[in-house]
Write a protein that binds this ligand. Structure first.
Ligand code: NAP
Length: 326
């Protein structure tokens, strides 16, 4: 190899390294331990949720994986136990698209656990075509918002009992696909469904839910924050691209290439969730949208307190919350 080739090769290597470092975004540098604490991460058998759960286990927590597929979740739990030498990693079945299943999961937690220090509402689905849950809710908002809305409300007493405690909800900058706001006159998108709007609306609902939850939790020592993890190549994206675009044999390789250039790894993608759950300097921060382990500004329509209240009332009715919990 001549000198010019060496310079070009090193230059390319350094540029790729620099780019990857830039794309990696923020990193949770907190050394906080979680010994004696109990955390729940929904949808933690894979992707960002699994890496979030792994980090909690590394820090000594008792980690509950709330997942719909028990065998996939058990494999994840075994992998986490092996890599962290923490045996307190449990699998509980949780299908967020079923209100009855959410209630069963919450009952099991309330009966079996003495405390709950961190709840990470991480699970999500994205669908290219309209589906309904067994409860008659549109599948994407039914899983991503209504399921977590009910779960959080049912676990609030335990979170209060264990306070200071934290609720962390994983949203997405994709909330901007719903820039006209929540479709209150057709929230289940019966009249006009597109996969982007359905996902965007559900992620906007995660944000508005957190804003109203934070307001209702004032005076308690429970914080509620919401975040965008970055762009990461995980199952949810592969599934969506596969079903939403024509010619998947062309679009998928193009997409994979783009994600390789512009995407974070799953460990990098988990950093903001971990940060919101453990970082000491934000122990009393609540109602904030984070990205790359730092607060970030939301578009005006995602800070609409009236819409947040309206969504809360609508959600409480839709999931059949029997009493006002907060
Ligand atoms: N990847 C990205 O670029 C990106 C960007 C912005 C925001 N996010 C957000 O990050 C979070 C994690 O997503 P990810 O990228 O890590 O995707 P992922 O790897 O597909 O993980 C999603 C998890 O949610 C679970 N899930 C789906 N439907 C469920 C249901 N009905 N009940 C219980 N669990 C269910 C999945 O379980 P199964 O394995 O059984 O399907 C899986 O464990 C999501 O909230 C997503 O919106 C991701």
């Amino acid at each position: 190899m001549d000198f010019t080739s060496i310079v070009i090769t090193v230059g390319i290597g350094v540029s790729i390294y620099g780019w990857r470092r830039y794309i990696a975004g923020g990193w949770c540098c907190s050394q906080a331990r979680l010994d004696g604490k109990t955390v729940i991460v929904t949808g933690s058998n894979t992707g960002i949720g699994k890496e979030t759960a792994r980090e909690f286990a590394k820090r000594g927590a008792k980690v509950i994986l709330g997942c719909r597929n028990i065998s996939k979740a058990q494999a994840a739990a075994d992998d986490i136990k092996k890599s962290t030498s923490n045996d307190k990693v449990l699998v509980y079945q949780l299908d967020l698209s079923s209100l009855a299943a959410v209630k069963n999961f919450a009952e099991r937690i309330i009966k079996g656990e003495e405390r709950l220090d961190v709840l990470v509402n991480n699970a999500a689905t994205a669908q290219a075509h309209r589906l309904e849950t067994n409860d008659g809710l549109e599948m994407v908002i039914g899983t991503n918002h209504f399921g977590h809305f009910l779960l959080t409300n049912l676990l609030l007493d335990l979170l209060k009992k264990s306070s200071p405690s934290r609720i962390v909800t994983v949203s997405s900058d994709g909330y901007q696909w719903a820039r006209r706001g929540i479709k209150f006159d057709d929230i289940h998108l019966k009249q006009n469904f597109t996969g982007f709007v359905a996902y965007g609306q559900s992620k906007l609902a995660n944000i508005l839910f957190t804003i109203e939850l934070c307001r209702r939790l004032q005076g308690t020592r429970i914080t509620a924050n919401v975040l965008h993890p970055g762009a990461i190549r995980t199952d949810i994206i592969d599934h969506f691209v596969h079903h939403a675009f024509p010619l998947p044999f062309i679009t998928i390789p193009i997409f994979q290439c783009m994600m390789w250039i512009f995407g974070k790894t799953v460990v990098q993608g988990a950093q903001t969730s971990i940060y919101c759950a453990v970082e000491e300097s934000i122990a009393t921060t609540s109602g904030v949208y984070f990205k790359d382990c730092a607060p970030t500004k939301l578009q005006d329509f995602a800070q609409d307190e009236k819409a947040a209240k309206r969504l809360w009332e609508l959600s409480a009715e839709a999931v059949g919350l029997e009493k006002k919990l907060v």
